[in-house]
Design a protein around this ligand. Structure first.
Ligand code: ASP
Ligand code: MG
Length: 415
C-alpha cells in the first residue's frame, strides 16, 4: 500500500466528462489499496475569467478580496469531484483550505504555504475515504483567504504530499511528461523518464511551463518524489527526483527557447569604476530583473558599450529608468531590441563534462546564427539570438547533443 497525492490540472478538470475520467483514475488507485488525497485546479479558463472580473471591478482591486474571488474556481471543482467520486461508490469529501487548514503568509495573491494541517486527512485516509483539496488557496493567521500565485495548485499538491509524507505526488496535466524540447518545434523530441529537481528548476526558469517553479523548489527541499503524467493517456510520465549516481545520464536534458527577453545596449558609457553600478542600481530599484550582461572592452576614447537583457514586459519601464539616469550614467545612446530569443541548454551532466558550451557555439555557427550575449550557470548555458532563427537553433542543438529520437515518439501532447 502506498500513500499518494494526485493532482489534476485545469484541462483535466474542464467539464463533467473529464471530471468523471479523473474520478475513474482515482478509483483505480483506491481499488488497488492505496491511500489517496487529491488536489485540484479550477476548470481551465475559470481563473482567468475571475481575474478579469476583479480587473473590471477595479484595476486596483484589494488583494484580499481578489483572493476571495479567484479562489472560487477550485472550490467548485473540489465539490464536483467529491460528488462524482461518490457516484462511483468511492467514499470522498472536500476539504477546503480553511478547513484543514493550509496556513500561509499574508502576502495576498502570492502567499507562501507555512503549514498544512493533516489531522483531518489522515483520519479520512485511514477510514478509506478520498480527501479532495482545492489547490491554490490557503488561510492567513488572522483567518483571511489567500491564493498562492498563478499555477499555485502544483505547490499545494507538493506541500500536501510533504506534510502527509506521501510516497509520491502524481501531477496529472495536459502533457504526458517532460520533453527534451517542445515537440511542436522538434518532432523528434523525447520524453524524459527521469529528471533531477535542479534540472527541472533551470528548465522552469527559462520558460518550460510544466510545473510551477515554487512547487519544484519545495519538492527539492522536502524530497518529494514528483511524477508528471497525462490525464488523457496511460503512458508512463517523467519522474522528478534527487540526483542519483546510478542514473544513466544524458549530458543535456533540455533545449528551451525563452521569448520573454528584450535586449538593451547603452552606447559609449564612460569606462570607469562605478559606472556599471550606476546602470544596474536604478534598474534594481525599479524591481527590474536584469538577466544576461555583456560589457565590451574599452574603446580608444575611454568608453565602452554595455548590453543586457530585461523581461520584455519591463522594456518600456527600463527605457524610462535609464533615460532618466542618462546624465548620471553618461551614455551617448540607448538601443533596444525585442526581437531576440534566449536559447538555453540544461543538464546536470555538464558539471563534470567539458565542451558543452563549445558544442553549442559550434552548432550555431555551422548554421550562421549569430550570438549576441551569453550566460552560464553550473548546469545551464544560454545564448541570445535573433528571433528569426529560433526554430533552426533549437533543432540544430537538439541534434548536436544527441537528443533526437524517432519522429513522433510519445509526442502525443495536447499543448
Ligand atoms: N487555478 C489557478 C490558476 O489558473 C491555480 C492552478 O491552476 O494551479 O493559476
Ligand atoms: Mg498548472
Amino acid at each position: 500500500m502506498a500513500r499518494i497525492v494526485m493532482k489534476f490540472g485545469g484541462t483535466s478538470m474542464a467539464g463533467s466528462e473529464r471530471i468523471r475520467a479523473v474520478a475513474v483514475r482515482i478509483k483505480r488507485e483506491v481499488d488497488a489499496g492505496h491511500q489517496v488525497a487529491v488536489v485540484v485546479s479550477a476548470m481551465a479558463g475559470t481563473t482567468d475569467q475571475l481575474v478579469g472580473y476583479c480587473r473590471e471591478a477595479s484595476p486596483l482591486a484589494d488583494p484580499a478580496e481578489y483572493d476571495v474571488v479567484v479562489a472560487a474556481g477550485e472550490q467548485i471543482t473540489s465539490g464536483l469531484l467529491a460528488i462524482t467520486l461518490q457516484s462511483l461508490g468511492v467514499s470522498a469529501r472536500s476539504w477546503l483550505g480553511w478547513q484543514l487548514p493550509i496556513r500561509t503568509t499574508a502576502a495576498h495573491s502570492v502567499a507562501r504555504i507555512e503549514d498544512v494541517g493533516t489531522a483531518a486527512i489522515l483520519d479520512s485516509m485511514a477510514a478509506g475515504a478520498v480527501a479532495v483539496v482545492p489547490g491554490f488557496q490557503g488561510l492567513t493567521a488572522d483567518g483571511r483567504l489567500t491564493t498562492l500565485g498563478r499555477g499555485g495548485s502544483d505547490t499545494s499538491a507538493v506541500a500536501l504530499a510533504a506534510a502527509l509524507k506521501a510516497d509520491r505526488c502524481d501531477i496529472y496535466t495536459d502533457v504526458d511528461g517532460v520533453y527534451t524540447t517542445d515537440p511542436r518545434i522538434v518532432p523528434r523530441a523525447r520524453k524524459l523518464q527521469r529528471i533531477t529537481y535542479e534540472e527541472m528548476l533551470e528548465l522552469a526558469s527559462v520558460g518550460a511551463k510544466v510545473l510551477q517553479t515554487r512547487s519544484v523548489e519545495l519538492a527539492m527541499k522536502e524530497k518529494v518524489v514528483v511524477q508528471v503524467l497525462s490525464s488523457f493517456s496511460d503512458a508512463p510520465g517523467t519522474l522528478v527526483v534527487d540526483e542519483d549516481d546510478e542514473m544513466e545520464r544524458e549530458l543535456i536534458v533540455g533545449v528551451v527557447a525563452d521569448r520573454n527577453e528584450a535586449k538593451v545596449t547603452l552606447v559609449r558609457v564612460p569606462d570607469k569604476p562605478g559606472v556599471v553600478a550606476g546602470i544596474f542600481g536604478p534598474l534594481a530599484d525599479a524591481n527590474i530583473n536584469v538577466d544576461m550582461i555583456v560589457q565590451n572592452i574599452a574603446k580608444d576614447e575611454g568608453t565602452t558599450d554595455v548590453t543586457f537583457t530585461v523581461p520584455r514586459s519591463q522594456l518600456p519601464a527600463s527605457i524610462d529608468v535609464l533615460e532618466k539616469a542618462q546624465g548620471a550614467i553618461g551614455f551617448a545612446q540607448l538601443l533596444h531590441d525585442d526581437t531576440v530569443v534566449k536559447i538555453s541548454v540544461v543538464g546536470v551532466g555538464m558539471k563534470s563534462h567539458a565542451g558543452v558550451a563549445a558544442t553549442m557555439f559550434r552548432a550555431l555557427a555551422s548554421r550562421g546564427i549569430n550570438i549576441q550575449a551569453i550566460t552560464t550557470s553550473e548546469i545551464k548555458v544560454s545564448v541570445l539570438i535573433p528571433q528569426d532563427y529560433v526554430e533552426l537553433a533549437v533543432r540544430v542543438l537538439h541534434t548536436a547533443y544527441g537528443l533526437d529520437g524517432p519522429i513522433g515518439t510519445d509526442a502525443e501532447t495536447d499543448i
